[in-house]
Design a protein around this ligand. Structure first.
Ligand SMILES: *Cc1c(COP(=O)(O)O)cnc(C)c1O
Length: 414
C-alpha cells in the first residue's frame, strides 16, 4: 500500500477516472475488476518475468557515468532502458498488456502510436503471441516516421493512417478508441502510456514498475543503499517516469524531477510542456492537465521529439506535481539536442531525443558531491538520426554542454 495508490474509482487526487462512452462501460469495467488479480497472480508474474528476462534482456544495467558524474559533481547513474529489445522501455508495458489481454480471452489488439515506438512494441508482441494487430497512426506521423511504419508492416500489423484533425497522435488515439467501441467484446486496446481511462494509468505504471524495482536492487549493490537522492525521467504520457518512481514514491527523501518537452519555450505556443502550461480538462477518457484554449479546444502540442509530443499527461504525474511531490522542468529542443550530443561524445551512448530531455535537466540543478542521481535513459537514438544530423555542429563536435548549446543555436539560426 502506498499513499499514492489509485482510488477505487480510478483517481489520483483530482486526476484520472474513466470518462468513456456507454458502449465501452462493460469492457472497461471488466478490465477494472480483473487487472489487479491477473497482474498479481503467480502464473502471470512467472510468464511476464521470464519474457522480461529472456526476450527483453532485463534487468537493464544501471551504469555509473564517470563523465556525467564529473560534470555534475555528484554520482550520476543511467538506467539503461535503451538496451531493451526494440530500443526503449515501451516493450515492458506491451508484453504485460498482451498477457493481460490473453488471460481475458481477447482475440485482437488495437493500439495508437505517435512516433511509432509504441506501435512497433505492440506489433512485436503481437507477432510473438500470434495475435492480429491494428495500429492507428496520424497520416502526418506516417509520413514522418517511415522506418517504423515499415517495421510494423513487416511484423504483420495493419497500420491505418488517420486523416482527421492534425493527423498526429491525438487523432490516432481518437481512432483507436472508435475501433474499440465497435469491437468491445473481442478487442483489447493496448495503450502505450500511463493515460486513458482507469485502470490503464495504474496498470501501465505497475507493468513499468520493474524499472524502479531493479534500480532499488542495483543501488543496494553499488552504493550500499536502496534509494537515490534524485530520480530524473523524461515525461510524455508518463510511462517511463511512472516506472522510474513507482517504488520510491513513499520515500520523501528521494527527489523526483520530470523533464517535459518545452519545445521552443513554454511561452511561445510551440510547446508540449503540459505540466507547466496545461489546465485541468478531460482528454482520451481521463481528467488531467491538458493543453487547451479557454473554450476547451485542444491545442496542438509541439516538440522536436515525437515521443513527448502529447497534449496531456498521466493523471498520477499531474497529481504528484500538483502536491509538490515531483517537480516538472520544461526542457527546450536545443537543450535536449545538446545533451544528446554530449552523452554521445563523453560516453559513446546516443540517447533517444526523449531521453535527452532528462539528461539536459541535470544542467538545471546544483547537486551535492554525495548525491546519487539516477536518470532513466528511456530509449536509444537510432530512430532520431535524421534529426541529429540536421542539427549536428559543423566540423568537430564539441563534448561540453555549453559549447554544444552554442553550436546548435548557430545551426538553428542559419
Ligand atoms: C514513447 C517514449 C517516451 C515517452 O513516453 P512516456 O510514456 O512518457 O515514457 C520517452 N522515451 C522514449 C524513448 C519513448 O519511445
Amino acid at each position: 500500500m502506498s499513499k499514492f495508490d489509485v482510488s477505487e474509482n480510478g483517481f489520483f487526487g483530482r486526476y484520472g477516472g474513466a470518462y468513456i462512452p456507454e458502449i465501452l462501460h462493460k469492457c472497461v469495467e471488466e478490465l477494472q475488476k480483473q487487472y489487479r488479480q491477473i497482474i498479481d497472480s503467480q502464473d502471470f508474474q512467472e510468464e511476464f518475468n521470464q519474457l522480461l528476462r529472456d526476450y527483453v534482456g532485463r534487468p537493464s544495467p544501471l551504469y555509473l557515468s564517470q563523465s556525467l558524474s564529473r560534470t555534475h559533481n555528484c554520482r550520476v547513474y543511467l538506467k539503461r532502458e535503451d538496451l531493451n529489445h526494440t530500443g526503449a522501455h515501451k516493450i515492458n508495458n506491451a508484453i504485460g498488456q498482451i498477457l493481460v489481454a490473453r488471460r481475458m480471452g481477447k482475440k485482437r489488439i488495437v493500439a495508437e502510436t505517435g512516433a511509432g515506438q509504441h506501435g512497433v512494441a505492440t506489433a512485436t508482441v503481437c507477432a510473438l503471441m500470434g495475435m492480429p494487430c491494428v495500429v492507428y497512426m496520424g497520416e502526418t506521423d506516417v509520413m514522418r516516421q517511415r522506418p517504423n511504419v515499415e517495421k510494423m508492416r513487416l511484423l504483420g500489423a495493419e497500420v491505418v493512417p488517420v486523416k482527421s484533425g492534425n493527423k498526429t497522435l491525438k487523432d490516432a488515439c481518437n481512432e483507436a478508441i472508435r475501433d474499440w467501441c465497435c469491437h468491445p467484446d473481442d478487442t483489447f486496446y493496448l495503450i502505450g502510456s500511463t493515460m486513458g481511462p482507469h485502470p490503464y494509468p495504474d496498470m501501465v505504471a505497475r507493468l513499468q514498475s520493474v524499472i524502479s524495482a531493479e534500480i532499488k536492487q542495483q543501488l543496494l549493490e553499488k552504493e550500499g543503499r536502496e534509494s537515490p537522492d534524485y530520480l530524473v525521467a523524461c515525461i510524455g504520457g508518463g510511462s517511463n517516469a511512472a516506472g522510474t518512481v513507482f517504488h520510491f514514491l513513499d520515500d520523501d527523501k528521494v527527489r523526483i524531477l520530470y523533464a517535459e518537452a518545452g519545445g521552443k519555450g513554454v511561452g511561445t505556443g510551440m510547446t508540449a510542456a503540459t505540466l507547466n502550461a496545461g489546465t485541468e480538462g478531460v482528454l482520451h477518457g481521463f481528467r488531467s492537465l491538458v493543453m487547451q484554449d479557454e473554450d476547451g479546444q485542444i491545442l496542438e502540442p509541439y516538440s522536436i521529439s515525437a515521443g513527448l509530443d502529447y497534449p496531456g499527461v498521466g493523471p498520477l504525474h499531474a497529481h504528484l506535481v500538483k502536491i509538490g511531490r515531483a517537480e516538472a522542468l520544461a526542457v527546450k529542443d536545443n537543450e535536449a539536442l545538446a545533451a544528446a550530443f554530449e552523452l554521445n561524445r563523453t560516453d559513446g551512448i546516443l540517447p533517444a531525443l526523449e531521453s535527452a530531455h532528462a539528461l539536459a535537466a541535470l544542467h538545471r540543478v546544483t547537486f551535492r558531491p554525495k548525491d546519487v542521481v539516477v536518470v532513466t535513459l528511456s530509449g536509444r537514438g537510432d530512430k532520431d538520426m535524421d534529426t541529429y544530423l540536421k542539427y549536428a555542429p559543423q566540423g568537430n563536435c564539441p563534448s561540453d554542454y555549453a559549447s554544444l548549446l552554442k553550436a546548435i543555436k548557430a545551426q538553428t539560426e542559419k
